[in-house]
Ligand binder design. Structure first.
Ligand code: CMP
Length: 139
């Protein structure tokens, strides 16, 4: 089915001028960018967005990293977009990511792993609503 999912191009990627390279790989995987904006996350946004990870040992570092530079938040649309996006991203830890994936090609570490993508359709909706107003999404 036609779905929308939420993606973040993380600070390690914007720092290395890889916004286009990442977006190209997303597009080549069959995903369409229907909303996109470059933002500098506030502490409130980073902590709120990653709220489910609040108790994890890496939470503080993760929040700092996500505020360490600009990010590009995007809404991606396509057939089975949630699964398609997760496939092209590759494993969270780039050391475990498959050949041909964004994280295998570009990620620096498990923290500086270049992209975020929603892990379910339910979370995709929550994450899209966290960063975008309906009128900012143009399908
Ligand atoms: P993301 O898909 O954005 O969701 C949570 C993020 O936490 C994850 O990608 C990683 O960038 C980051 N992270 C840092 N350390 C770890 C870890 N040990 N396990 C899982 N995620 C981690």
């Amino acid at each position: 089915a036609l779905q929308r999912t939420f993606s973040i191009i993380k600070p390690d990627a914007t720092r290395r001028n890889l916004t286009g390279a990442v977006t190209k790989m997303l597009e080549e995987a069959g995903l369409r960018v229907v909303a996109s904006k470059r933002i500098h996350m506030t502490k409130e946004q980073a902590e709120g967005f990653y709220g489910v990870h609040r108790e994890r040992p890496f939470f503080g570092d993760l929040v700092s990293f996500m505020m360490s530079g600009p990010v590009v938040v995007q809404v991606l649309e396509g057939e089975d977009a949630v699964a398609k996006n997760r496939e092209v991203m590759g494993a969270t830890n780039p050391a475990n990511a498959e050949e041909g994936t964004i994280r295998k090609a570009l990620a620096e570490s498990i923290e500086a792993n270049t992209v975020h993508g929603s892990d379910s359709l339910e979370n995709a909706k929550i994450e899209i609503d966290f960063f975008f107003k309906p009128e900012e999404i143009v399908g």
